[in-house]
Design a protein around this ligand. Structure first.
Ligand code: ARG
Length: 467
């Protein structure tokens, strides 16, 4: 057997007199990663074959052979009966050469006017678009579980923090609804990314377009895209849609990480604000008493991947001249990693939050320390016509006195308070009691239970409308 007969790639055999060096072949094969694109690739090829028929480049019987062949291949892959050959580099060539075996001469026409350059850009857009739809569903499920917890806790009082120091009383429901807001922005960023991704590159061929009468408008409709690309050179080299998704997912990643961090803090024995369900915790191999929040920690740690993947993609793209360069093949590993992490951690965090029970007693207890209502006392003086800066000063002094006695300001006698300002009267009690002060934060966005309930109602409507 000659070298050529033995190894040369049948899809470009004409020009070559030898097959590839073994290392070069395994170095360049991407099949282990890009085989995930098989459904998108087959879908794209079926639509493309239909358009070839429309352009009279293949006849009805050839189209039928191609479509049958592609359906058979789809089934083979789904049933794990397909033989993936690394010598055929990638998902596109594996599927095409199998098609030639099944459909014979007809299959040899499918690549007319098409290049793997516009093919892979199209496949990736189809794949990512479908993945975004899955991610949007997972986000909605997570938000639903957050809103459910918030509804159960719209009156549960807890300290709010700045600098991780007790700051002002809030409700647990209000805190949870802050998570809801973060995730709502993620939702809309993913929707935007999906919208901008909906541009069809197919028909751009290798880089300059094609001489054949490929009806791109028809292709666009068949493949469910909103637009067709307007410049073939840009179309085969653009990966902004991957960058945008990676960027949106890195923000999802840091949100999930921040939420997880709060869960870790709250479930610590010092805070003891929440109890986590056993199904998402692990024990220690040496310390029998331990119940560790490992899933929250793994989400916090794992989210680094979404940042690393975005950085990897940016670095991959930054020096590429137009048009297609083989470097682009590496985009998939990064974006698949971000997608896989996001899918798993969105689902896991939903389980975590469903099973997270607040320790209302401890949360409330902590509202009675840290001079938590000092701002309200200043507000009280402002309502009695003292300028805010002066009120701040007066309350500062009251706090200093209370601290020197190891007391909270609401434990001081009225007579002691009046030494600092005669404006202070009996009615000050309502401003010092954490449970009463939260009732006053009634403006839009505030923590008053009545206000939180309004936001929860709105959120539930939004989530319902998302089909
Ligand atoms: N596997 C390749 C990729 O993902 C497909 C395109 C190959 N094109 C080429 N001109 N070698 O980028």
């Amino acid at each position: 057997m000659t070298k050529k007969e033995k190894k040369v790639n049948p899809l470009w055999g004409g020009r070559f007199d030898s097959g590839m060096n073994d290392l070069a072949q395994s170095f360049s094969a991407s099949i282990d990663i890009d085989k995930r694109l098989f459904e998108a690739d087959i879908k794209g090829s079926i639509a493309y074959a239909e358009v070839l028929k429309d352009a009279k480049l293949i006849n009805a019987s050839e189209l039928s052979k191609i479509k049958k062949g592609l359906s058979k291949i789809l089934k083979e892959i789904q049933e794990d009966k397909f033989h993936w050959d690394p010598a055929l580099e990638d998902v596109h060539m594996n599927i095409e050469s199998r098609l030639v075996k099944i459909a014979g001469a007809a299959a040899k026409k499918i690549h007319t006017g098409r290049s793997r350059n516009d093919q892979v850009a199209t496949d990736l857009r189809i794949f990512l678009r479908d993945k975004i739809a899955d991610l949007l569903n997972l986000l909605t499920l997570l938000q639903k579980s957050i809103v459910r917890k918030a509804e159960e806790n719209s009156e549960t009082i807890m300290p709010g923090f700045t600098h991780l120091q007790i700051a002002q009383p809030v409700t647990f429901g209000h805190h949870l609804m802050a998570w809801y807001e973060m995730l709502s922005r993620d939702y809309s960023r993913l929707q935007d990314a999906s919208e901008r991704m909906s541009v069809l590159p197919l028909g751009s061929a290798a880089l300059s377009g094609t001489r054949f009468h490929i009806n791109r408008e028809l292709l666009k409709k068949k493949l469910g895209f909103k637009e067709i690309s307007r410049n073939s050179m840009d179309a085969v080299s653009d990966r902004d849609f991957v960058l945008e998704l990676a960027s949106a997912l890195s923000i999802v990643g840091i949100h999930l990480s921040r939420i997880s961090e709060e869960i870790v803090i709250w479930s610590s024995s010092q805070f003891n604000y929440v109890e986590l369900s056993h199904e998402v915790c692990t024990g220690s191999s040496i310390m029998p008493q331990k119940k560790n929040p490992d899933m929250a920690e793994l989400i916090r740690g794992g989210s680094s991947k979404t940042i690393a993947n975005l950085m990897g993609l940016l670095a991959l793209m930054k020096n590429l001249p137009l048009t297609y360069n083989r470097d682009l093949q590496d985009d998939k590993e990064y974006i698949f990693s971000s997608i896989d992490f996001s899918e798993d951690s969105l689902a896991l965090l939903t389980v975590l939050i469903n099973g997270m029970e607040p320790n209302k007693t401890k949360m409330k207890q902590d509202c009675f320390q840290g001079q938590i209502t000092a701002t309200d006392l200043a507000d009280y003086l402002v309502e009695k016509n003292m300028p805010f800066r002066q009120a701040h000063e007066v309350v500062g002094k009251i706090v200093a006195l209370a601290e020197s006695k190891d007391l909270q300001i609401f434990e001081l006698e009225l007579s002691e308070l009046r030494k600092f300002s005669k404006l202070i009267q009996e009615d000050v009690k309502d401003y010092l009691d954490p449970q009463k002060t939260i009732l006053s934060r009634k403006q839009t966005g505030g923590t008053a239970p009545s206000q939180v309930k309004k936001e929860i109602k709105k959120a539930k409507l939004t989530l319902e409308r998302r089909k």
